[in-house]
Design a binder for this molecule. Structure first.
Ligand code: DGY
Length: 330
């Protein structure tokens, strides 16, 4: 059905907070259809749709072909690895995302994993719950310190820098980072000057007590953390992944835990999500797994939805949205 003049057709493919849904409904004709709950309504809406808003669903080039009038996709996420960037670019469809508003919250999650893995928080909490705290714990259940240890960051975007601030300013940790280019700290993160340094990958791996992957997923980062990377890590290192699961070779991670010298791993993201129940990572005694909760707080998920809604409304009005992803950049 053609919307009334001035109004466009918007497909909401993941639940939005009521106030943001209301903003969309004031301006446009809105169809709510989450493909994970039932594909029929979602696919039926595609032919007439001008704008889409949602997250955590793979949209490929074939799906785009079913939406010939599509002008903009507004993702309620910072990561855009589930969209067909080249096809979006060639069709001239705008892709928006939500950088900035989730940095501190995701960094909090990464730090929770850092603390949980090194101090064995989940394992020891379960021991108490199960009534196995019958005497003072001995060395077999001791953890390792976090403060003062060296943190190595793979990826040093906004979230990586937020992790570095916590480590350097709160925990007195020297920070090494590896990224395509050194970051001009004086300009972008003056508080990290003298506290964080760009390092070649080998040097970072050899020196870091904690290696934290905060990599976006692209063809150049897929599987980047492989057996060779784990083999070069310092004996007893802890590995954390707060970026994207597919940047890590999970077989190699398991081998490093079982046969190598990796002390523990804290994982918020996995190659396949939700994590298959038969994954060896699920019950591994030295893995702390989380269900991709990096940005999952009330405040931050609302801020992401608000930014995504603003992105969509502005794009459909022919105005510059605040956060457009450059689909030609990768
Ligand atoms: C994102 O926004 O890409 C995050 O993975 C969500 O937690």
């Amino acid at each position: 059905m053609t919307p009334p003049a001035g109004r466009k057709s918007v497909l909401v493919f993941r639940e939005l907070p009521a106030d943001q849904l209301n903003r969309l409904q004031q301006a446009h004709e809105v169809v709510i259809a989450d493909p994970r709950k039932g594909a029929d309504a979602f696919f039926a809406a595609l032919p007439g749709v001008h704008g889409m808003i949602g997250s955590s669903f793979t949209i490929d080039a074939a799906l785009l072909d079913r939406a010939p009038q599509l002008e903009v996709i507004s993702s309620v996420s910072v990561g855009v690895d589930n969209y067909p960037l080249a096809a979006l670019h060639s069709r001239g469809i705008t892709l928006c995302h939500t950088p900035g508003v989730l940095d501190e919250t995701v960094a909090d999650t990464v730090f929770a994993l850092l603390m949980a893995t090194s101090r064995r928080v989940v394992e020891l909490s379960v021991l108490v719950r199960e009534g196995r705290w019958t005497r003072n714990i001995g060395e077999d259940l001791f953890g390792v310190d976090v403060h003062g240890k060296t943190l190595g960051l793979l990826g040093f975007g906004r979230i990586g820098q937020a992790v570095a601030r916590r480590a350097a300013l709160g925990f007195g940790m020297p920070v090494l980072y590896h990224s395509r280019r050194p970051v001009d700290l004086a300009r972008h993160a003056p508080e990290l000057q003298g506290r964080a340094a760009h390092a070649p990958l080998d040097e970072l791996l050899v020196r870091s007590d904690f290696v934290v992957a905060m990599l976006p997923l692209s063809e150049s980062t897929r599987g980047m953390v492989d057996a060779g990377v784990f083999a070069r890590m310092k004996p007893g290192a802890v590995f954390i992944n707060g970026g994207r699961g597919a940047t890590v070779n999970e077989e190699a991670l398991l081998a490093a835990l079982n046969h190598g010298t990796l002390r523990a791993a804290g994982l918020d993201v996995f190659q396949t999500e939700p994590l298959p129940t038969d994954s060896a990572l699920r019950l591994h005694p030295r893995v702390t797994p989380l269900p991709h909760i990096g940005s999952a707080t009330f405040e931050t998920r609302h801020a992401m939805a608000e930014l995504a809604t603003t992105n969509l409304l502005r794009a459909l009005a022919g105005l510059q949205p605040p956060a457009v992803f450059d689909t030609a950049a990768l």
